[in-house]
Design a binder for this molecule. Structure first.
Ligand code: KG4
Length: 395
């Protein structure tokens, strides 16, 4: 009797195991089938959209930038800029820096009016848009999500492709934006680009729109950060670059000397400079409590001169080693008048063909996102609806 029961239990066990295995195998097969169908559908959709949009005579790209604290939208038609609207966020000034959560909320408020205004100023209808480009990274993840999500929704509604853009690549390719009635100064490949902003200091070898090699970069603070931190020590506002730049024009750049970092290769370092500036002020203030107030312009001129010399020395080394005389500058710090003068000076002294961006393209803007997307559009490189933003990406 007992033996019979054991046999029946055994059979039930085997049957249960068999059924569970069957369920699992079916589940795996169904999931695989689902993935294959989805991928196929996506590929077909992209191919369809590509075919549709490439037929258009005028390629109209809407660019969206929301990586940090500027919400920007731009329209570019066949490489010519029709509009570039930037909504800055005043909310951060009270905190001495960008507050990520406040930035995302402000983007949410600004994005629709900004895009609406860009389309209005461009004098086009939204149906004229061939593709929607957006900054995928690097940047603040919450801020990037706003632009990415909007791009997904709008591209689905208009049934046009999306194009993801690397923010840093955008800064470099801003040199390719053309404006009606203005002679464009566009660099030929290959060229070197000094990318200097609040988060980056890089020397980039640009061989094609999609072939950029970072030859050197900061190992700690960026050049913009050095300006911002030194300005803060002098009681200046955030961002500090424009403050230092303005006062430097009235000061003596040789009034004070600060030791320059000794980093091998083409890499930069700015954190030591900021620290030595801080100790220098601390020591001087012990002897004269009014030192900063009395010598502010000289301090700005001297620290600016030091940052520029550090940037230019490495850039010159790279230009010599790579035998390249076409040299561009990009990013927020490229608005600095001292740095621009240094480029002019190197152009005269070393025969460099230089490319200085218009001031409106030095800070974050959507025009650079749209122009980068145009390169990708022409190569049929489109994005899928499941793409997600990245806070950190390299060129
Ligand atoms: O490219 P950007 O607008 O933002 C990102 O970091 O992505 O760069 C902002 C940086 C800030 O550090 C700001 O102080 C600096 O650019 N900057 C300047 C000047 N204008 C902006 N630095 C020096 N001189 C300027 N005129």
């Amino acid at each position: 009797m007992n033996k019979q029961k054991i046999n029946t239990d055994k059979k039930t066990n085997i049957l249960t195991k068999f059924l569970i295995t069957l369920c699992l195998v079916t589940l795996v097969l169904v999931s695989l089938l689902h993935i294959i169908v989805l991928t196929n559908k996506n590929t077909k959709k992209i191919a369809f959209m590509k075919e549709q949009t490439i037929k258009n005579k005028d390629v109209v790209i809407l660019g969206i930038e929301s990586s940090c604290d500027d919400t920007s939208a731009a329209i570019i038609r066949d490489g010519y800029l029709l509009s570039n609207v930037i909504s800055s966020q005043a909310v951060h000034s009270a905190y001495g820096g960008v507050v990520p959560e406040l930035a995302s909320r402000a983007h949410q408020q600004n994005i629709i009016p900004t895009i609406h205004e860009a389309i209005r100023r461009a004098g086009i209808a939204k149906e004229d848009i061939s593709a929607i480009a957006y900054t995928r990274g690097p940047g603040l993840i919450g801020s990037l999500l706003v632009g990415t999500s909007f791009a997904k929704g709008f591209s689905t509604a208009l049934n046009v492709p999306m194009i993801e853009v690397n923010h840093l690549q955008g800064h470099v390719l801003a040199h390719f934006i053309k404006e009606e009635g203005e002679e464009a100064n566009i660099p030929e490949f290959p060229f070197l680009c000094l990318l200097v902003s609040g988060g980056n200091s890089q020397i980039i070898l640009v061989e094609a729109y999609d072939k950029m090699t970072i030859l050197g970069q900061t190992i700690d603070d960026a050049a913009g950060e050095a300006f911002d931190k030194c300005a803060k020590l002098l009681g200046g506002p955030y961002p500090g670059g424009p403050f230092v730049d303005k006062l430097a024009k009235e000061g003596n750049p040789d009034a004070f000397t600060f030791s320059k970092p000794q980093i091998p290769g083409y890499d930069y370092s700015f954190s030591g400079l900021k620290t030595s500036f801080m100790y220098f002020l601390r020591d001087e203030l012990k002897n004269n409590p009014n030192f900063v107030e009395e010598r502010k312009a000289d301090l700005c001129a001297s620290i600016q001169k030091t940052v520029i010399e550090v940037l230019m020395n490495k850039l010159k080394k790279a230009a010599d080693d790579y035998k390249i005389k076409r040299v561009a500058v990009a990013g927020g710090v490229s608005a600095n008048s001292g740095l621009r003068n240094a480029f002019q000076d190197y152009s005269k002294r070393y025969g460099w063909e230089i490319f200085l961006p218009k001031f409106s393209y030095t800070t974050d803007n959507a025009a650079m996102i749209a122009i980068t997307a145009l390169f990708k559009y022409k190569d049929g490189i489109f994005d899928t609806i499941d793409s997600v933003p990245f806070s950190k990406v390299v060129i």
